[in-house]
Design a protein around this ligand. Structure first.
Ligand code: A2R
Length: 325
């Protein structure tokens, strides 16, 4: 296919060369996120654009962008979470949205378990202790343990199940909270998050972002979890009320937290960073070369499949394929 008849697409954020090079060989690619004057770029090319490769939080993909792209057919989002895309509005306009499910589940679940153990056994703090030469003075204080813990998973979806599967090997009891009981799952289901928090001491959140889950883990949940409580979040930062979390950690309402995601990334509240008894990661859940390549490939394959008239590979629930009605 020559550049002149290659469909025009825009990239809303950086993609690794592995995916970006494939896009450039098949499409006419416009890098919106690099433009000094995005509005001018959209005025110039907007009517030609039929696809969007969405990456990062650089440009929100919503009605305002759709207005500038009247012939847009497909938004291929990089990542399984797509709260950066107004998928409901896309569906209303007949635009299909795809994400990158499954290919990252194992990687994020590995990270979740690592973060859980790092938080419980204070691995970053212990490392800092050794490097500071303090081992020469005395042994590191004893920590809490996974051995006696009960785990509550918030959002037992693809990633949540992969986390649960791994934790089974650790011999700890597992429960879950979601909107619906899953008949094929043996773990205890709690329709109420607060009730689950009262019965367990460790929460692992793998729930998606968006309005429905905004701040669902807040002061009431921390109180129910109690002073031995640990919260790990590898889903979306907006699910946790960060201010309430800082208060809960500072007052001893809960014991500790391990966070890979934050409300306003990449900004992390200074009050959180000032706490030595939390483990903070810069949203690296899926961030291995292997898994990011798999995600990039699925994004590329969604765009190619669509423009080969074979439909989207992984449409999100808000924009089902074949289209309804
Ligand atoms: O509510 P359910 O039964 O549909 O369970 C889903 C749960 N979930 C919620 N739980 C409580 N309140 C809500 N408002 C709510 N909305 C969704 O989250 C389901 O078990 C889980 C999401 O699972 P999946 O759709 O399979 O997503 P996946 O691939 O596990 O990724 C989860 C999230 C992404 O959305 C990104 O934010 C992050 O992990 O990478």
């Amino acid at each position: 296919m020559t550049a002149s008849n290659a469909p025009d697409i825009i990239m809303t954020g950086p993609l690794m060369a592995y995916a970006a090079d494939q896009l450039r060989s098949r499409f006419t690619v416009h890098e919106l996120w690099k433009a000094d004057d995005r509005a001018a770029m959209l005025r110039e090319i907007g009517a030609r654009v039929r696809g969007v490769a969405g990456g990062g939080a650089h440009v929100r993909i919503d009605g305002a962008l759709f207005d500038a792209l009247p012939n847009l057919q497909l938004v291929a989002n990089f990542g399984v979470g797509y709260d950066n895309v107004d998928a409901v509005e896309a569906g209303r306009r007949g635009i299909i949205v795809t994400n990158t499910p499954d290919v990252l589940s194992d990687e994020v679940a590995d990270l979740a378990v690592g973060l859980l153990l790092a938080t419980i056994r204070q691995l970053p703090q212990v490392d800092r202790y050794l490097r500071a030469g303090k081992w020469l003075e005395k042994a590191y204080p004893l920590t809490t343990s996974l051995r006696t813990r009960k785990i509550g998973i918030v959002g037992l979806g693809r990633i949540g199940k992969a986390v649960a599967h791994r934790l089974e090997a650790f011999g700890v009891p597992i429960a879950y909270h979601g909107r619906t009981r899953q008949p094929d799952v043996a773990y205890r289901f709690y329709p109420s998050l607060v009730e689950m928090a009262a019965d367990v001491d460790t929460l692992v959140s793998v729930a998606p972002g968006g309005a429905a889950t905004h701040h669902m883990i807040g002061a009431e949940v921390f109180k129910a979890l109690g002073p031995n409580g640990i919260v790990v979040n590898v889903g979306r930062g907006t699910v946790i009320d960060e201010q309430a979390l800082v208060e809960a950690l500072t007052s001893g309402t809960i014991l500790s937290a391990g966070l890979d995601v934050f409300e306003d990334e990449p900004r992390v509240p200074a009050a959180l960073m000032a706490l030595d008894h939390v483990v903070l990661l810069p949203h690296v859940g899926s961030a291995s070369v292997h898994t990011r390549e798999q995600m990039g490939q699925l994004l590329v394959d969604n765009l190619k499949s669509w423009f080969d008239d074979k439909g989207p590979l992984t449409p999100v629930v808000e924009t089902p394929w074949p289209k309804r009605g």
